[in-house]
Design a protein around this ligand. Structure first.
Ligand SMILES: *[C@@H]1O[C@H](CO)[C@@H](O)[C@H](O)[C@H]1NC(C)=O
Ligand SMILES: *[C@@H]1O[C@H](CO)[C@@H](O)[C@H](O)[C@H]1NC(C)=O
Ligand SMILES: *[C@@H]1O[C@H](CO)[C@@H](O)[C@H](O)[C@H]1NC(C)=O
Ligand SMILES: *[C@@H]1O[C@H](CO)[C@@H](O)[C@H](O)[C@H]1NC(C)=O
Ligand SMILES: *[C@@H]1O[C@H](CO)[C@@H](O)[C@H](O)[C@H]1NC(C)=O
Ligand SMILES: *[C@@H]1O[C@H](CO)[C@@H](O)[C@H](O)[C@H]1NC(C)=O
Ligand SMILES: *[C@@H]1O[C@H](CO)[C@@H](O)[C@H](O)[C@H]1NC(C)=O
Ligand SMILES: *[C@@H]1O[C@H](CO)[C@@H](O)[C@H](O)[C@H]1NC(C)=O
Ligand SMILES: *[C@@H]1O[C@H](CO)[C@@H](O)[C@H](O)[C@H]1NC(C)=O
Ligand SMILES: *[C@@H]1O[C@H](CO)[C@@H](O)[C@H](O)[C@H]1NC(C)=O
Ligand SMILES: [Zn+2]
Length: 722
């Protein structure tokens, strides 16, 4: 899943949770004594009187389950907003053993737990079938079965049903064991009016006519999967491709505009098949469909075999361009959702408290798999500005969340929803990138392959992943890897490494301190971390070596690194690969600025230039340095033409410029004109067909900034153009 859905509902739910003082014994969780193995689910949607699809549906579900204990006198599972009209229990021979009176069902509104009392204990290790018939409700937004419309002209509206069951909304569609470890198979039978067609996670097996204008589509049995992966779409969509194998589905009017997304999806799936060394089809499902939805907005949902994405991702209308950003967006989102077929669907988190096992990996591959396929976007570099630097800002306040939360703190639906946040995605991906770079791409790939293989169709927690990383970690590091892993997954925040150089320029001394904007905001300022140390300096010209030179042991007060001769300059954390900020002693920073202003500085990775600018802005925001020092350092930009340092500079300036006084503004305008002179002339306001993606991004940045700040040069050029 991407983005977060329905903040309003979340807020309401959160308020409710706070209002209703929670009794600790009212658990939200299911016991694992009764396990489902198969859901045979029939959903009959109905045509509404005015022609579209209706607002309720009749459901029937037969759940095959068994208990491993012999003293089970009740079965507890989830439901939400379903009106049950019949509840029956069948024994292993298919004989009705109990017709459960509806009034004897126990239901708890807050936990969504439904308890079916049994007259006789279940016999251990024997299959029973628990059957429900019920009415469910279609929503116009949000979760469960959602009804939406699209217009083809002023007068024709077309109905579409889509589903959104992650994380806890399968219970809105059928009574079920709605937790990720209760994996089971599903067989869906979907009733729909004749003028519509239906798709689901798996292949359509056959269609039967069940009455006047009612057809039932029977889909193949799914692989074992969590409840939240079930999905269907009922629509008049047209498929590009073969809807029994691989297709993009959209309104027929958009068919001509799904070629780009179809090609992206095809390339991405081929690449994943190779990277994971486990082809998609071998995961257990041969179908992979991409369906559009008008509702999803920036979001998308990674149902196994039926990915649902917003229209602006799948549909690329000709003539429309916002300078590559829209195609980049399409590539990223498609790659993200496909990654979930492995990270989430085949191998599923065991609880929502470590949601990053799904989302961190999907975000990581979103950038780095796409980077393999479409190098023109330089997504490896953009990752640093868009993800890493953005999350470093959020991860330095009292509200910061750890990647892995204590399980007890993630229990209610509101708490589970809260896990869909920037930390699980952006921090998750940043930490995964750090591990990959430290252990090396090959070793990382091996560990991911063996992890995906071992846990195929199972559930995992972070320690399962760590075991595979450790097995493939090169040379035993001098620190404890488990400590290193937990420092950045179970602790919040990150360190700032303070770098001092001795008078003779032959030794650097490193200290660490958690970085916070406000040390009095209630955050734990005493946290320490195991910090991988990498660096480049003038004596050693390997600017891209991401293998750690050493680790800063969290137990040590400081560490020292000595050199055989005096050094001219040193830059730590190459490519901003690791998750921390660096506070350089003033003499070092001065030397770095000099270096960046010379031709030699061109060899320094752009990520490091961006990193230093970003760090300085945030040290100023934290009151550790004056903004004047940031602007002084950024004078080096007068010789910089690369996009990434400029992008970070503009992100930083954005926050500062808003607070400038009318007296300060003219000085800023002059400063901006001065430092951007070379870079702006490099791209000029006029576009050319040979422009790279970054030329275009640069131009957009410069034009909007320089014209805003009355730069005559820019305004003249833009005037000439238009
Ligand atoms: C689901 O139930 C229908 C109707 O009873 C039956 O025909 C079908 O075989 C069942 N599916 C599975 C996978 O058992
Ligand atoms: C039943 O299975 C659960 C989970 O697999 C396990 O924790 C429990 O100990 C088992 N109980 C018995 C009696 O085997
Ligand atoms: C279950 O009981 C209800 C109410 O008594 C009855 O209407 C229904 O027919 C029974 N169902 C079966 C399958 O016996
Ligand atoms: C119980 O049902 C499942 C799923 O239908 C089946 O795979 C399994 O073999 C059955 N177990 C027994 C003991 O009948
Ligand atoms: C679509 O895929 C199915 C399943 O692989 C295959 O049987 C069918 O022939 C394909 N249809 C077309 C038109 O290629
Ligand atoms: C799609 O393309 C075909 C073939 O080029 C054309 O005949 C058709 O009119 C187009 N449809 C739409 C909705 O633009
Ligand atoms: C969600 O997380 C935030 C911290 O980012 C916390 O303040 C809030 O209380 C959490 N809400 C729930 C319902 O857990
Ligand atoms: C660091 O200190 C902790 C607690 O004092 C101790 O358990 C741990 O073994 C130490 N680690 C190292 C690498 O010395
Ligand atoms: C290290 O550098 C920082 C930043 O310039 C400075 O505040 C601090 O006093 C220095 N520490 C030592 C021991 O020189
Ligand atoms: C920018 O300012 C520096 C220092 O004041 C000056 O030397 C340089 O000529 C200026 N460059 C431009 C393009 O105005
Ligand atoms: Zn996702």
């Amino acid at each position: 899943m991407k983005g977060s859905i329905l903040h309003l509902q979340l807020l309401i739910a959160a308020i409710l949770v706070t209002l209703i003082a929670r009794n600790e014994s009212d658990g939200y969780r299911l016991r694992r004594s009764v396990l489902p193995s198969l859901y045979n689910l029939t959903i009959n949607t109905q045509a509404s009187r005015n022609g579209g699809l209706g607002y309720s549906f009749i459901g029937e579900v037969a759940i095959t389950l068994q208990s491993n204990q012999s003293d089970i006198y009740e079965i507890t599972l989830h439901k939400d907003s379903l009106d049950i009209s019949s509840c029956l229990v069948y024994n292993k021979d298919g004989i009705l053993s109990q017709n459960v009176t509806i009034t004897s069902l126990k239901y708890d509104q807050e936990t969504h737990l439904l308890t079916v009392p049994l007259l006789e204990a279940l016999t251990a290790n024997e299959n029973y079938t628990l059957y429900f018939k019920y009415t469910g409700y279609v929503k116009s937004r949000g979760q469960g079965v959602i009804s939406e419309f699209y217009k083809t002209d002023k007068y024709s509206y077309h109905s579409v049903y889509i589903t959104q069951l992650e994380p806890v909304y399968a219970r809105l569609v059928f009574p079920c064991f709605d937790e990720p470890t209760f994996k089971a198979k599903f067989q869906l039978n979907l009733g729909r009016p004749s003028e519509y067609n239906a798709v689901s996670n798996t292949r359509l097996i056959r269609t039967t006519k069940e009455g006047n204008n009612i057809y039932v589509d029977h889909f193949d049995v799914t692989p074992i999967m969590p409840t939240y992966q079930l999905a269907f779409v009922i629509s008049e969509y047209q498929a590009r491709g073969n809807h029994s194998e691989f297709a993009v589905l959209s309104a027929p009017e958009n068919y001509n505009y799904t070629e780009f997304s179809f090609n992206v999806a095809e390339r991405a799936i081929d690449a994943y098949n190779k990277v994971f060394d486990m082809p998609y089809k071998n995961l257990g499902n041969e179908v992979l469909l991409f369906a559009t939805s008008g509702w999803f907005d920036d979001n998308a949902m990674d149902n196994w075999g039926l990915i649902i994405l917003s229209e602006k991702i799948l549909v690329q209308k000709p003539g429309y361009t916002d300078g590559h950003a829209n195609t980049e967006f399409t590539c990223l989102n498609i790659a993200h959702e496909i990654a979930h077929m492995w990270f989430g669907n085949s191998v599923t988190l065991s609880w929502w408290s470590h949601y990053w096992l799904n989302e961190g990996f999907a975000r990581f591959y979103e950038f780095f798999l796409t980077h393999q396929l479409y190098r023109n976007y330089h997504l490896d570099q953009q990752f640093v500005v868009d993800n890493l630097q953005r999350i470093l800002e959020k991860d330095a306040v009292a509200g910061s969340l750890p990647l892995t939360s204590p399980e007890m703190s993630v229990q209610s639906p509101a708490e589970i929803n809260n896990q869909s946040n920037a930390f699980t995605q952006d921090k998750g991906a940043s930490i995964i990138r750090m591990w990959r770079n430290l252990m090396g791409g090959e070793n990382f790939r091996e560990s991911i392959r063996s992890y995906l293989k071992q846990y195929h169709l199972q559930n995992t927690s972070p320690t399962d992943l760590f075991a595979h990383l450790k097995q493939n970690w090169p040379a035993q590091p001098e620190v404890d890897l488990d400590t290193f892993f937990s420092d950045f997954t179970e602790q919040v925040g990150y360190p700032m490494v303070i770098v001092n150089i001795t008078q003779d320029n032959q030794k650097i001394i490193l200290h660490q301190k958690r970085f916070l904007y406000d040390y009095e905001d209630g955050s734990d300022a005493t946290l320490r971390y195991t910090i991988p140390i990498t660096f480049a300096m003038n004596l050693d010209r390997t600017y891209n070596n991401l293998t750690p030179y050493t680790y800063f042991d969290r137990n040590k007060t400081s560490i020292e690194i000595s050199f055989e001769e005096p050094i001219d300059w040193i830059i730590l954390n190459q490519k901003q690969s690791n998750y921390y900020r660096i506070f350089y002693d003033k003499p070092i920073l001065t030397k770095i600025k000099q270096l960046f202003s010379t031709i030699k500085g061109h060899h320094i990775p752009v990520e490091n230039k961006a990193q230093i600018i970003d760090d300085l802005f945030h040290f100023a925001k934290a009151g550790m340095i004056d903004y004047a020092e940031v602007f002084e350092f950024m004078e080096y930009l007068s010789t910089e033409i690369e996009h990434i340092p400029w992008r970070t500079a503009y992100v930083g300036m954005e926050q500062v410029v808003r607070r400038l006084t009318p007296q300060q503004l003219p000085h800023f305008e002059k400063y901006l004109k001065n430092i951007s002179y070379v870079a702006f002339n490099e791209v000029t306001a006029k576009s050319s067909s040979t422009d790279s993606v970054f030329d275009v991004y640069n131009r957009n940045l410069f034009v909007s900034w320089l014209c805003k700040y009355q730069n005559v040069n820019c305004i003249n050029q833009v005037n000439v153009l238009f």
